[in-house]
Design a protein around this ligand. Structure first.
Ligand SMILES: *Cc1c(COP(=O)(O)O)cnc(C)c1O
Length: 344
């Protein structure tokens, strides 16, 4: 049976070229700093994002955790959006493991934070209060439909934060999707912020891995925290090899995912029972509302016919990625149209 897995871009498998590179990778012990393939990946990532240094971590969640703990001390508070992945979807790690509390402010529809809200959330220097240690942004913003923040957006946040002596971290799990959608070099996009994590394991199609970038000193601190959370690995060049291929060959092709997402969104918009703003779609995440009571049944029917994704609440998400072709989008639209017209 044909399967179109639209659950997430995390389901991507490495390309044949990645598998070859992994097989052939030169290896060493990275805890001694001796894995040449990983060293090359970290250098390339730092250069690509225009920062001094980079460190490889096991996942985006570990990247954000290590990043927050490297910026904030126990008892500190960080300012972030109420739809931030760090706040909602990382099991409260920074609080549980780092003693850091979350001060949330609203994300607007496009994932942006209001700079007045940020200023108002910064704590004065008062011993009753926690110290504000960090402002976090997310780009693209997952819960806000994969919306992109521009360089100007990020600069306006950085200006307020920096004026208060506070650094800015970007959860850039999909920062390359943002850069490709905005047609901006990723280094330009992130030039005003202090640290960024990005995932190799999502649209860039690597099996495992994320990277944190920032200043030399910051990345040294991040290496210590990575060790503390058990994230230092040994012959990690086996997975880093895929990351090198990803940065060379898998970034530009994200535009295909975006165009497939647009096609999917426009097609879904024509199906009765589905509501979506197809023109608002910026990247590879397609969110839509299923205005039907029988949505569990519809979801079951779609999964039976190989179209995976959505389900649960009224708001469903389909994600385009490497391995999903334009013809898969046609098949998806046909299958959804059919299920919705015949009912579950
Ligand atoms: C997926 C994701 C992460 C975490 O990445 P994992 O590798 O799944 O831990 C962090 N932030 C955002 C916005 C994400 O979408």
């Amino acid at each position: 049976m044909r399967v179109v897995d639209l659950r997430s871009d995390t389901v991507t498998h490495p390309s044949p070229e990645m598998r070859r590179a992994m097989y052939e990778a030169e290896l060493g012990d990275d805890v001694y700093g001796e894995d040449p393939t990983l060293n090359a990946l970290e250098a390339k990532a730092a250069d690509r994002l225009g920062k001094e240094a980079a460190v490889f971590v096991a996942s985006g969640t570990m990247g954000n955790l290590v990043s927050v703990l490297s910026h904030a001390q126990r008892g500190d508070e960080i300012i972030l959006g109420n739809k931030a992945h760090i706040f909602r979807s990382e099991a409260g790690g920074a609080s549980a493991l780092g003693g850091v509390s979350f001060h949330t402010i609203p994300n607007d529809e496009r994932g942006m934070l209001d700079t007045d809200d940020i200023q108002a959330a910064v704590r004065p220097n008062d011993p009753h209060m926690p110290r504000t240690a960090l402002v976090c942004l997310e780009n693209t913003q997952n819960m806000c439909g994969g919306a992109t923040l521009t360089q100007d957006d990020m600069k306006s946040v950085a200006d307020v934060a920096h004026a208060n002596g506070i650094p800015v971290h970007v959860d850039g799990a999909r920062i390359f999707n943002a850069a490709v959608a905005l047609e901006a070099p990723v280094s330009e996009l992130v030039k005003d912020v202090d640290s960024v994590t990005f995932c190799l394991s999502k649209g860039l199609s690597c099996p495992i891995g994320s990277i944190i970038v920032g200043s030399e000193d910051y990345i040294l601190e991040a290496r210590r925290w990575r060790k503390m959370v058990g994230g230092s690995m040994r012959q990690v060049g086996v997975i880093a090899a895929a990351g090198l291929v990803a940065l060379d060959n898998m970034v530009e092709r994200l535009a295909e995912d975006h165009s497939n997402a647009r096609k999917l969104a426009h097609g879904l918009a024509e199906i009765p029972g589905i509501s979506i703003e197809p023109d608002a779609l910026p990247t590879n995440l397609v969110f839509f509302d299923v205005e039907r009571e029988d949505r569990d049944e519809l979801h079951r029917l779609l999964v039976e016919r190989g179209v995976k994704g959505g389900g649960g609440q009224k708001r469903w998400r389909y994600v385009t990625h490497y391995g999903i072709t334009e013809s898969d989008i046609d098949y998806t639209l046909e299958t959804v149209r059919d299920a919705f017209s015949n009912g579950g």
